[in-house]
Ligand binder design. Sequence first.
Ligand code: CP3
Length: 343
Amino acid sequence: MSKIFVDACFRKPTPYTPVWMMRQAGRYLPEYMKVRAQAGNFLNLCHNPKLACEVTIQPLDIVGVDAAILFSDILVVPNEMGMHLDFIKGEGPIFKDPIVTEADVDALIGGEEAASKLTYVYETIKLLKEQLPQDKALIGFTGAPWTLATYMIEGQGTKTYNICKKMMYSNPQLLHKILKKVTEVVKFYMEKQIQAGADVVQIFDSWAAAIEPGMYDEFSWKYMVEIAEYLKEKYPHIPVIMFPKGIPAFLDKVYGNFDVFGVDWGTPLSLAKEKLGSKYVLQGNMEPCRLYSKDATTKCVEGIQNIMQGEGHIFNLGHGILPDVPVENAIHFVSECKRVSKK
Ligand code: CP3
């Protein structure tokens, strides 16, 4: 059976424009909170294939999206490269021994060896393939090397990126060494997700906007393209989605072999369509806070449909759904996307 989401990624005709939401499995769902409590904490949930599978499927049943995104986190990759990871309540992720020197990079586990340690992710994907309805796609994912490196160097989330930028401008070789090592692991990681059964993969460059536009290619995009092109060469039937958040000044310079470009909410969709719409399918891009109001949601969905006309498009938010969004508003978003785009 063909999957509407995969068809849309390849610009094939679909009965309506498919829709999913970044961070669709998460804290806005009481059902998620229940399973997380059962797991004890967030990382335990990522490590438990049976429970991770359960929360991956929840938004399909509850909200009605057309694709499931694997429940995991981007930071399991540096974790399995040997960096100790904690999620502290109210503070988010922490690596207590961030990378400072070249010796720290050399000490990290690299390549296929690191990717092979993420067995719980592949197990979750295999369980999902047994349990997902045939017409729903399963999206695997990774963080972009740059976004992962920001956590590996800063040790936590950051507003200023001052530690990794100090490295970028004063010791770029060391930053490239980190980015190369992460890129190698991620290639194997994505490949193993595909071999386990992922139908589509997305590369999240959530912190793309931290890099000045003239240097974005050198420190992030070229590594994302290297991963995408490695996958497209070996698995041309698997769509690759790129999501670099917040880089409208780079739209003119986007290149590479991939299928879908994720448009963040700060980039006008009409501009993305003009620059990239003939080459790539576009995904997005409702401002996630519109989900606080059903009216604001409907207006935006109609506006997006007006621009894209159901061609070369996948509905999504322009970044992740927030934890205090009412579930019924998320349901409203998904049903409005289907209503306005029904052929
Ligand atoms: O539904 C989905 O999208 C799948 C699951 C998913 C999670 N994280 C679950 C999660 C995905 C795709 C991610 C990606 C991720 N993780 C990104 C890139 C995506 C983006 O939003 O830009 C980033 C930057 C991270 C790193 C990360 N993970 C942070 C900064 C945090 C803490 C912030 C917060 O919201 O508390 C996490 C934790 C996290 N990842 C949660 C979930 C559901 C919340 C954990 C919990 O309290 O249950």
